[in-house]
Design a protein around this ligand. Sequence first.
Ligand code: NAP
Length: 245
Amino acid sequence: MQFDSQNIIVTGGTRGIGAGITESFLKAGATVIATYSGNDEAAKSFKVKMANFGEKLVLKKFNVASTSEVEAFFQDYEKNFSSLEVLVNNAGIRRDQIIPSMQESDWDAVIDINLKGTYNMTRFAVLAMMKNRYGRIINMSSVGGKLGLPGQANYAASKAGQIALSLSVSKEVAKRNITVNNVCPGFIETELLADLPEEQVKEYKSQVPMKRFGKVEDVAHAVLFFASRESSYITGTTLDVSGGL
Ligand code: NAP
């Protein structure tokens, strides 16, 4: 899977799963625009870690939930890059709470970043991809969007929403040679799960048939598969990377 001369946007591409995806694309020859929203320190240290790739890694800071910030990002993108081959909608957050205690702000933040963020980025990316009649969009959903873990009504709804959005958009853009697919990770070792109590981690691990959490590289591999030129007849589908969960 080679991505030489391809331009790839990875939202939330400076930490966790997104950083793993960015690194895999860089190793496969791509230019990667990795975005983030607030953690400058993590972005800076990721850039230092990836120094070998020089100008092939570009960092951009904006909030995917803000339509005006996303629009400004794409206006700037078009001035600097002649094409967009791949978009990975990976930015996402969790704000878990059982439903009676779930505050409106927790509901809104998760839906805005995970689902509206995917809509915002996809909308502008499709316009850029249609010009070249080629594109690959990969949305980072979650098995949580299919299983519905307790305490995750907002998260599960946002992740199921991403799958539904992908199904619909995949049908709209298929004729233009643009594919839209989902990756559904199970439990992957990143900071997103850092707040889970030890007992809950044990409990979750016992539910995974492989009895361990996955690594960011496991998810990156699935993303590169969908993003490859060879995956030209695969669209509107979902691949679980979950150790059998
Ligand atoms: P993470 O380590 O918490 O990293 C999240 C990334 O998203 C960071 O780069 C963060 O930027 C960025 N981000 C957050 N809010 C944003 C916003 N409003 N605008 C732009 N970027 C924003 O998370 P992760 O575990 O790698 O998860 C990545 C994706 O995989 C998420 O969509 C998550 O739902 C999904 N997923 C994860 C797991 C898992 O077990 N880890 C399982 C299933 C699905 P900053 O660095 O600036 O904060």
